[in-house]
Design a protein around this ligand. Structure first.
Ligand code: ACO
Length: 333
């Protein structure tokens, strides 16, 4: 880590829909309880987007805040990546809709990236590499999800876990010692069927209006929760250890860990394996549930605003998701 990093996160922003849905609200809809959801996951409530709060809308709002925080204008952005598994439409890319909403110039490539809950780390790594090529200067890296649109609201094993929201960062030239120190991505496609939305792709194409209701379950998230839980702990621990080793850092040198916000018990297990106190982890899942690709940038923005990340701090970001994908990144502020 002798050299100063070339690129840094210059600003962060986030957007959460207005509507709050509590565990008690859900218990009127499916056979569940606040007690079950909270003790198994740490979640108390989640935000659910209204019809006007599309993925692109939430992504643009989070981006506006990140741009203001960075002191960068849309005209200066020359790359937009939206990590999402709930794009507004299968095509065009939500990133193009965000570009239009923000007024980012036509010279900026805009594309979506799907790595489920690891999506933000995949997008960050991609943007970082593209900036390192020297062909782009400022990137908007966004994680945005309207997961309420892909949930089976009669399935208590999944609908209680997820929520909607967006987070964004502006990446650009580093000043001083702050910057992205490293990033490491992984995928284990052998476990692809463990967590998926089976319908809506080319294998089970989107259905017509007349068959929509019968096929609805195929268009919703299905998951083998227990198996995912075990793999998630192993994968996040591996991703965290490997990036720390690569940079010669002991876990104790990390000031704040911002993990994917899926389940408090998963986060507690990782803290235990890394031998870090749990208060070193920034957690906001009790208010948002699992917002997939939005979870890390949303938490990162809140952690900064709460003063949990200060200039000079080193932050570890670590995620897992469908694919199964996982990854980690080290950021100095
Ligand atoms: N309310 C009440 N009871 C429930 C509910 C609910 N919402 N959901 C399940 N149950 C019941 C089950 O039916 C089961 O009952 P049974 O024993 O009579 O069969 C019992 O509770 C225990 O179910 P388990 O699935 O074994 O519960 P577990 O302790 O494993 O917790 C959970 C389930 C919370 C899903 C956990 O396994 C988990 O968090 N796994 C990781 C999932 C995850 O994070 N997925 C997101 C991945 S990220 C991405 O890319 C989208």
């Amino acid at each position: 880590m002798a050299n100063n990093p070339a690129h840094a996160i210059l600003g962060t922003g986030s957007y959460a829909p207005e509507r709050v849905v509590t565990n008690n609200d859900l218990s009127k809809q499916v056979d569940t309880s606040d007690e079950w959801i909270f003790t198994r996951t740490g979640i108390r409530e989640r935000r659910i987007a209204g019809p006007a709060e599309t993925t692109s809308f939430m992504a643009a709002e989070a981006s506006r805040r990140a741009l203001a925080d960075a002191g960068v204008t849309p005209a200066q952005i020359d790359l937009v990546i939206v990590a999402t598994m709930t794009p507004d439409m299968p095509m065009p890319a939500t990133a193009c809709l965000v570009q239009h909403l923000l007024g980012v110039p036509a010279t900026a490539p805009c594309f979506d990236l799907n790595a489920a809950c690891s999506g933000f780390l995949y997008a960050l790594d991609t943007a970082w590499a593209m900036l390192a090529s020297g062909r782009y200067k400022h990137a908007l890296v966004i994680g945005a999800e309207k997961l309420s649109s892909v949930l089976d609201w009669t399935d208590r094993t999944t609908c209680v876990l997820f929520g909607d929201g967006a987070g964004a960062v502006v990446l650009g030239p580093a000043r001083g010692t702050a910057g992205i120190l490293g990033s490491k991505l992984y995928a284990e496609g052998a476990h692809a069927d463990m967590l998926c939305i089976a319908g809506g792709g080319s294998r089970h194409p989107a259905v017509t209006a007349t068959t929509a209701e019968a096929d609805a379950p195929k268009r919703a998230i299905t998951m083998r929760g227990r198996e995912i839980f075990k793999l998630a702990v192993r994968q996040m621990e591996d991703a965290a250890r490997e990036i720390l080793d690569l940079h010669g850092l002991p876990a104790g040198a990390v000031d704040c860990v911002v993990p994917h916000q899926a389940n408090l018990r998963i986060i507690d297990a990782i803290a235990q394996y890394l031998e870090l106190p749990t208060d070193r982890f920034f957690v906001n899942l009790e208010r948002y549930g699992n917002t997939s690709a939005a979870s890390i940038p949303l938490a990162l923005d809140e952690a900064r605003r709460a003063g949990r990340i200060q200039p000079g701090h080193t932050t570890l970001l670590v995620a897992f998701g469908a694919g199964l994908t996982y990854g980690s990144a080290l950021v100095r502020w």
